[in-house]
Write a protein that binds this ligand. Structure first.
Ligand code: G6P
Length: 500
């Protein structure tokens, strides 16, 4: 490689592809365009690998109809892929967030199936694949992220068989009985099978995928290996298994240890009238999160007089999301009506029942909130992982605080000492809330210590290195495999961690 990092024709050895770039295009009030860094854990995890390996990130900048030139940002090449207003409506809001999102989350909301949305999904996936093929060096590693881009692995392999291709699905993969509703179910499976390694959050997601492969293709699956017979009758091996994602845990702990964050936590408690217990919910305002279920449980506890607003306040942060999709507009109305009713019925001049915030907060403020919260409520009806649960544990260096977590959130596989709930069982949820409020300090500490051990040990850099090691091994084995008879090679990949 002779070209410099900034030259136009430079090829990259490690390319991440995701719907959104790690930086957002923003427009200041005076109309000046600029960029802000999106603070997600994925960027933090991949940053060191990107710098070391000459990395590029391909994705959408979050605004319609802007064609932007690639540029370097803190050692990472940023390659923007443009989307038109129509593509945002059809590919992003439509097929990604009104077809796949509800379908993959147990049809909590009804998915819509529209052929023009699918056509746009195919066209945009092709654009992402083309942009990636154009900048990837010979033999580069490409890591495609999430459900918006499931056709990219196959499209990329067709153009560039020299590439090593990984795919990670950040959301659940549904059971076949649900997945089979999708009119384009076979095409999506074929799209994913273009990858060498397909990662899922939970062991159950990986087995749902393998079952769909068996039902929809003639490929043989021998967990975690899928033997894909391609047109020329050559056989490739694809690995499909769980790699539970995590957070940059130590950075949360470091923030939490800072005196000004602790002072802010104290200020938050005082601002709420110093209730004995602060409960906290932090979610994108999404129907998968079970926000209504937690409000119902809290509302009933207040109605029955089992808790009072002087003693218990619920802080609910609901960050705005996908606001032009109808299901999200309806959800907002429903949640805000419920919050208004509960507050109207129970708030006093000095104490509110629910302190509701329809906006996101910077990480500092989130960590202060985590420290201020005695009980963290994660009541998702279905959630790929739920990183908020892990952030709460990472921040609680004082070994205090109680986590209530839904068994339908991926994080519940790992966070075994949390109070586990079924959010549909409102009575069970109410009992768990009371148990959390009344839990003795000693028990809180024992549980939180165990939760923190897991979160700090299995952090996001461990996640990315495990995935990338598997990807490298799979490619090396693939090369040998081409010359060996089927099944002779011994597969040495470890069992998924979450299965233990
Ligand atoms: C989930 C998805 C991500 C997505 C994020 C925010 O976590 O797995 O792919 O980026 O939600 O949603 P948005 O539609 O705003 O990108």
């Amino acid at each position: 490689m002779t070209a410099s990092k900034t030259s136009e024709d430079h090829d990259y050895d490690f390319v991440v592809v995701s719907n959104r770039l790690p930086v957002d295009r923003v427009t200041a009030p005076d109309g000046t365009p600029g960029w802000t860094r999106s603070p997600g854990g994925l960027v933090t995890a991949l940053e060191p690998v990107m710098r070391e390996k000459d990395g590029a990130w391909v994705g959408w900048a979050g605004q319609p109809d802007v064609a932007l030139d690639p540029f370097d940002n803190e050692g990472i090449r940023i390659v923007p892929v443009p989307l038109t207003v129509e593509e945002i409506a059809n590919y992003y809001e439509g097929f990604s967030n009104d077809t796949l999102w509800p379908l993959y989350h147990d049809v909590i909301a009804a998915p819509s199936y529209h052929r023009e949305w699918w056509e746009s999904y195919v066209a945009v996936n092709q654009r992402f694949a083309d942009a990636t093929a154009a900048i990837s060096a010979q033999g580069a590693t490409v890591w495609v992220q999430d459900y918006q881009l499931q056709l990219v692995p196959k499209m990329l392999r067709e153009q560039r068989p020299d590439l090593t291709i990984g795919f990670f699905n950040h959301i659940p993969f549904p059971p076949y009985g649900i997945y089979s509703q999708l009119p384009w179910r076979a095409q999506i499976i074929e799209g994913l099978l273009g990858a060498d390694v397909i990662g899922f959050q939970r062991v159950a997601d990986a087995s749902n995928f393998s079952r769909a492969v068996r039902r929809l293709t003639t490929n043989v699956t021998r967990n975690p290996v899928i033997e894909v017979v391609t047109e020329g009758q050559a056989t490739r091996r694809v690995i499909a298994k769980a790699f539970p994602i995590s957070i940059d845990a130590s950075s949360y702990e470091e923030l939490a240890r800072q005196p000004h964050i602790q002072a802010r936590a104290q200020e938050i408690r005082e601002g709420l009238g110093n209730p004995k217990t602060i409960m906290l919910g932090v979610d994108r305002l999404d129907y998968t999160k079970g926000i209504g279920h937690r409000l119902k449980a809290f509302g009933e506890l207040l109605t029955e007089g089992r808790v009072s607003v002087e003693d218990v306040t619920l802080v609910q942060v609901a960050s705005p999301s996908r606001e032009r999709v109808k299901a999200y507009m309806d959800l907002r109305d429903e949640i805000e009506l419920t919050v208004g009713r509960i507050n109207g019925d129970f708030a006093t001049m000095s104490h509110t029942a629910i302190s509701y915030h329809h906006h996101g907060y910077p990480r500092d403020e989130m960590v202060a909130l985590y420290l201020a919260a005695d009980v963290m409520l994660v009541t998702a009806l279905r959630d790929g992982m739920n990183l908020v649960a892990k952030e709460y544990c990472a921040a609680r260096f004082d070994n205090d605080g109680v986590l209530i977590i839904s068994e339908f959130a991926g994080a519940s596989d790992e966070l075994k000492r949390a109070l586990r709930i079924n959010p549909h069982d409102i009575d069970g949820l109410k009992e768990s809330i009371l148990q959390a409020i009344q839990m003795p300090k000693q028990e809180r500490a024992t549980r939180m210590r165990s939760l923190r051990k897991r979160v700090l040990e299995y952090d996001v850099s461990r996640w990315s290195s495990t995935f990338l090691t598997t990807l490298a091994q799979s490619r090396a084995a693939q090369d040998d495999y081409a010359d060996s008879p089927l099944g002779e090679l011994e597969w040495t990949i470890e069992r998924p961690r979450a299965a233990r």
